[in-house]
Design a protein around this ligand. Structure first.
Ligand SMILES: [Zn+2]
Ligand SMILES: [Zn+2]
Length: 632
């Protein structure tokens, strides 16, 4: 599986907490006490412990899923002992059927106290004789993602060496098929160090050694531990694997590093909110899936009592942190794009400012490339909405070229009119249009498509097959407001002068795209936070009729009027947008998109939100406003 194919919760914020550190708080009233708190804190992930005898009940797991929370189940016997594979299989099958995806077995095997008899010699080998059968069991259950057991950072046996050995052993014993569906558990505590401690990983800090960090050097023991793990994983496997956080955050009173102040309640609040902000705003790598702050709550006699955020009854014991995190704005994390974010470009001619290799091919981040295209292709004088429509069209053209290079194997595009004209010069206005639409990619039938455009037309655009041989369903002839009497350019797709004229008349960029590209949807890197069902029924005055019919899984339908943005999100938080009126065959407010998988979709527009189940057939949706209820 690729990173973006691993499950994530809907509207994923990346914020997570660790539930009680025992298996005795899965009663209905425990969840009832904490459900409003978890929602207010923006929690999308919850780590929880279990063992073969004390399991998390179905009602609890299903309750979490209804809150949109992804459970991480930790099967933690007190010591590393042999686990009966049949009992493990039976338990994990049940968890999978209730909607659990992520499970790990054992904890912190690099610590002395998790072993009945501690012997650091060949410790990873001995551990893997216990773990490998468990990983195979989890791997064999459909829907489950096995986690490589999280290690204590640092630890009695250095965690980097331990992890490295575990990966080597999997490869050496011929079990590398596990990497198709494996994730790695991580406990990236921040301790009392700054959140940038160790940033850059082993490449930047080659001076770091196990248990010895020379003055002026930084090591892996801190919040940025994920960079160190990822460097190690990429070195062994050649690509990143998801890192699933099982514990992290700050611990009150921690003085791990003498040069930094101890963690008090104020620092705890500030750093916790900062970690959440870094996660939600897209400053952390895609392979790091979540946080799991230690510790939501525990009983007063538990050794971790100083770390708890709440009493078992739900009273905050770290009120500053709770208040600050509740007040922080909650955003879904940007989704990892399923396509590359870099573009290769053949330079002809090579602009003066650019240093290119002999073959004149350079590689640029996609967004940086677009900032060099927009001033050349539309100029800096056009209205904002036209620039944004153009930025998305240029991005569509570029992504289609990345997936199907236009210049042989070595370059996706060139910098001339043959592809899109590019120069290294930026302009603040066009930069802003690229930023405002960052990551948004036009798709048709679930795939990115080349969104062609041209200077101006003669009052209507052309069907693609009338100009080229290929009939592109999203390039249909439509009337255009550009006001010219002659065609300049190929006439297929978006008319730039027409887009400028529409923007002058107050038309928004999604509507401009929907006008020129029939049935187009826009993939967005941010999914929507879906309101809960009770909120929907209170807030919405809309009703939805569903007709199902055999055929491809197309979601078509109509709203009473055109120009309304519609967002469809699946359960993993993938979302696309379209607009009513973009598919005229279905009426004035018609729309149509291809579902990209079976499952439950959330459809939102204006103040309405509906759930829709899709299987292998098409649907037609009719949305109506309910008649207002008049008071007598
Ligand atoms: Zn070209
Ligand atoms: Zn035109």
């Amino acid at each position: 599986m690729k990173i973006h194919e691993y499950p994530r919760p809907p509207g994923d914020t990346g914020i997570g907490l660790h539930w009680f550190p025992d298996a005795h708080h899965y009663r209905p009233n425990d969840l009832a006490a904490f459900a409003p708190e978890l929602s207010a804190l923006g929690v999308s992930w919850l780590a929880m412990v279990s063992d073969l005898d004390h399991t998390v009940p179905e009602r609890f797991i299903r309750g979490l899923r209804e809150l949109g929370i992804e459970p991480i189940v930790r099967i933690c016997p007190p010591k590393v002992v042999y686990l009966d594979p049949e009992r493990l299989r039976e338990l994990c099958r049940r968890y999978a059927s209730w909607g659990v995806h992520y499970i790990h077995v054992y904890r912190e095997p690099n610590m002395r106290d998790t072993w009945a008899q501690w012997d650091p010699r060949a410790l990873p080998e001995r551990f893997m004789t216990y773990l490998l059968p468990c990983l195979e069991t989890l791997y064999s259950i459909q829907g489950l993602i096995p986690l490589l057991t999280p290690l204590a950072p640092g630890g009695d046996y250095d965690d980097l060496r331990f992890l490295s050995w575990c990966l080597d052993i999997i490869i050496r014993l011929g079990h590398d098929y596990l990497f198709d569906k494996l994730a790695i558990g991580i406990q990236n505590y921040a301790f009392n160090k700054s959140l940038t401690w160790g940033e850059g990983g082993p490449v930047r800090w080659p001076c770091a050694q196990p248990y010895y960090t020379p003055p002026g050097c930084e090591d892996h023991v801190g919040f940025r531990l994920f960079e160190w793990y990822d460097a190690l994983v990429r070195k062994r496997i050649g690509r990143s694997l998801p890192l699933i956080c099982c514990e992290n955050g700050l611990l009150i009173g921690n003085v791990e590093h003498p040069d930094f102040p101890p963690v008090d309640a104020g620092l705890h609040a500030v750093r916790t909110v900062e970690i959440c902000r870094l996660t939600m705003e897209g400053h952390l790598p895609d392979y790091l899936f979540n946080n799991a702050f230690w510790l939501l709550a525990c009983e007063a006699d538990h050794p971790a009592v100083a770390d708890r955020w709440y009493t078992p009854g739900g009273e905050p014991t770290l009120p500053l942190t709770v208040k600050a995190l509740k007040e922080a704005e909650k955003l879904p994390r940007p989704m990892p794009s399923p396509w590359p974010q870099e573009i290769t470009m053949l330079l002809s001619p090579v602009p003066d400012q650019v240093q290119a290799e002999d073959d004149k091919v350079i590689t640029l981040p996609l967004e940086e490339y677009l900032k060099g295209v927009l001033p050349k292709e539309l100029g800096t004088e056009a209205p904002k909405e036209a620039l944004k429509a153009m930025a998305v069209a240029a991005r569509g053209y570029a992504v289609a070229a990345i997936l199907g290079p236009r210049h042989g194997h070595h370059a996706a595009v060139c910098n001339t009119r043959h592809c899109q004209v590019w120069s290294p010069n930026h302009h603040p206005v066009t930069d802003q249009a690229v930023e405002d639409t960052k990551g948004r990619v036009p798709i048709y039938g679930g795939r990115p498509v080349a969104t062609y455009y041209f200077g101006h037309c003669d009052g209507h655009t052309r069907n693609s097959e009338d100009v080229w041989r290929q009939a592109l369903p999203y390039c249909r002839s439509v009337p255009c407001l550009c006001g010219y009497e002659s065609l300049y350019g190929h006439g297929v797709g978006l008319c730039q002068r027409g887009a400028v004229e529409m923007a002058r008349r107050g038309v928004t960029w999604p509507q401009i795209l929907a006008h020129y590209y029939t049935g187009l949807a826009v993939w967005s890197p941010r999914s929507v936070i879906t309101p809960t069902l009770s909120e929907v029924s209170l807030a919405s005055r809309w009703e939805m009729d569903v007709e199902r019919h055999p055929g491809p899984p197309v979601i078509a339908g109509r709203l009473p009027s055109p120009g309304i943005t519609i967002t469809m999100a699946d359960e993993w938080g993938n979302a696309i947008q379209t607009a009513s009126g973009s598919k005229a065959q279905h009426g004035e407010g018609g729309f149509e998109v291809m579902a990209w998988g079976a499952g439950c979709y959330t459809i939102t527009f204006l103040d309405a939100a509906f759930q829709l189940k899709m299987d292998q057939q098409g649907v037609f949706l009719t949305f109506r406003r309910q008649a207002p209820i008049l008071r007598p």
